[in-house]
Design a protein around this ligand. Structure first.
Ligand code: HEC
Ligand code: HEC
Ligand code: HEC
Length: 305
């Protein structure tokens, strides 16, 4: 029983850490520790079979109460690496940078914006240039503080874009990807559209683009320049240019179930979800009541019509 307790409490990285600490010791003490460490390793290997049983017990269940934004980086590193790597290099993976002073001066001037102003914390821009702004788990700009005055702004890693750009969750989810991600993981990719949809995945692709493109709040309207006209079929082709990111190492991430899934029709494909409307009042973004696709209190999804 005690050994079992040790086993569950000393997960593998910890054992490796202990080994690292202990191995450099010399003399009798060193020997003693080495033997002890080896016993640990032996036990881990012997009891390895218990791993599955524990993994099953610990499997987190998705919950509508817990839906939140987690950032694009969470979709990388074993599930959708080629999608992530292609996205980093794509326009959506760099939307935060457009808000910096001096970037795209000409376009900003055309839209009557100040080309020398830093817009990276401006509520007028963040909804469409970052992920989950003003929603649970979403992006928080520099200067954000909690009630106690502690800095709560999102940490930005220049080598690993995530919440600070228009990430996966802005197109694939209604209120963040945390729970649909659990469904995907638990089913090892063999989920039905309806199963992830229940936890916030959306499949109304043509509709979701209008959250930003062609939204009445974008400063970049087609009246300013032809390039802002939005043709879904043409633009869709440019979103995931993953071809050159597939390698031997990530080949196992091919979506084996995609053909089956493509035969299914998700509810959001039949009836698209409503599109958020918002205003900036006293420098704060306020979503208009009843325009969010997911009602957090009632736990209901809101469709158009
Ligand atoms: C309603 C959503 C929305 C809001 C709000 C918004 N943007 Fe954008 N922005 C977009 C979209 C969509 C595009 C891409 C347009 C395209 O290429 O068709 C874009 C493009 C841009 C570009 C590149 C334009 C070009 O032609 O190179 C800049 C710069 C930019 N936005 C800055 C801002 C700034 C600064 C703010 C805040 C004052 C802001 N945006 C607010 C949606 C928005
Ligand atoms: C700008 C919107 C947008 C963003 C951002 C986005 N996607 Fe997508 N994604 C799409 C669209 C549209 C499709 C459907 C493409 C098609 O049918 O040709 C899609 C399809 C997919 C699919 C195939 C789904 C299936 O089963 O049919 C995967 C997987 C995927 N995206 C992962 C990601 C990941 C991972 C990220 C972030 C790194 C991401 N997406 C970011 C719009 C987006
Ligand atoms: C959360 C806001 C948001 C959503 C949702 C969104 N976009 Fe964008 N999109 C942007 C912004 C901002 C840019 C500007 C990037 C730039 O100019 O560098 C952009 C740029 C693009 C570009 C690059 C410009 C070009 O034509 O080469 C394509 C393509 C595009 N979007 C397609 C889509 C499609 C298709 C969807 C829906 C499936 C979509 N976007 C949904 C914000 C969004």
């Amino acid at each position: 029983m005690t050994l079992y307790w040790f086993y569950i409490n000393l997960s593998e990285p910890k054992i490796r850490y202990i080994l690292k600490l202990v191995l450099p010791f010399g003399g009798e003490m060193g020997k003693f520790f080495k033997v002890l460490a080896l016993v640990f390793v032996g036990l881990t290997l012997a009891l390895g079979g218990a791993d599955d049983a524990f993994a099953k017990k610990k499997k987190k269940k998705p919950s509508l109460k817990k839906m939140k934004y987690v950032g694009a980086a969470k979709c990388n590193g074993s599930c959708h690496d080629p999608y992530y790597q292609a996205w980093v290099k794509s326009p959506h993976g760099g939307t935060f940078n457009l808000l910096k002073a001096g970037v795209r001066k000409e376009a900003k001037e055309r839209a009557k914006l100040d080309p020398n102003k830093d817009y990276t914390a401006d509520p007028h821009c963040l909804r469409c240039h970052t992920t989950g702004y003003k929603q649970k788990g979403g992006f928080k700009p520099a200067g954000s503080k909690n009630k106690k005055g502690k800095d709560t702004s999102t940490k930005i890693d220049p080598d690993e874009p995530s919440l600070e750009q228009v990430g996966c969750e802005m197109c694939h989810s209604v209120a963040g990807g945390s729970e649909m991600r659990l469904v995907m993981k638990n089913s090892k990719g063999k989920f039905k559209k309806a199963e992830t949809e229940k936890f916030g995945q959306r499949w109304d692709y043509a509709n979701v683009c209008t959250r930003c493109h062609t939204h009445k709040n974008t400063p970049f309207q087609p009246t300013l320049h032809d390039k802002y006209k939005f043709n879904f079929e043409e633009r869709k082709k440019k979103v995931h240019q993953t071809d050159k990111y597939w390698t031997e190492d990530n080949e196992d991430q091919r979506l084996e179930h995609i053909k089956k899934r493509n035969k299914q029709t998700a509810k959001s494909e039949e009836t698209p979800l409503i599109i958020e409307d918002w205003q900036i009042k006293k420098d704060k973004l306020k979503f208009k009541k009843g325009t969010k696709p997911f009602n957090k209190k009632k736990k209901t999804f809101n469709y158009k019509g």
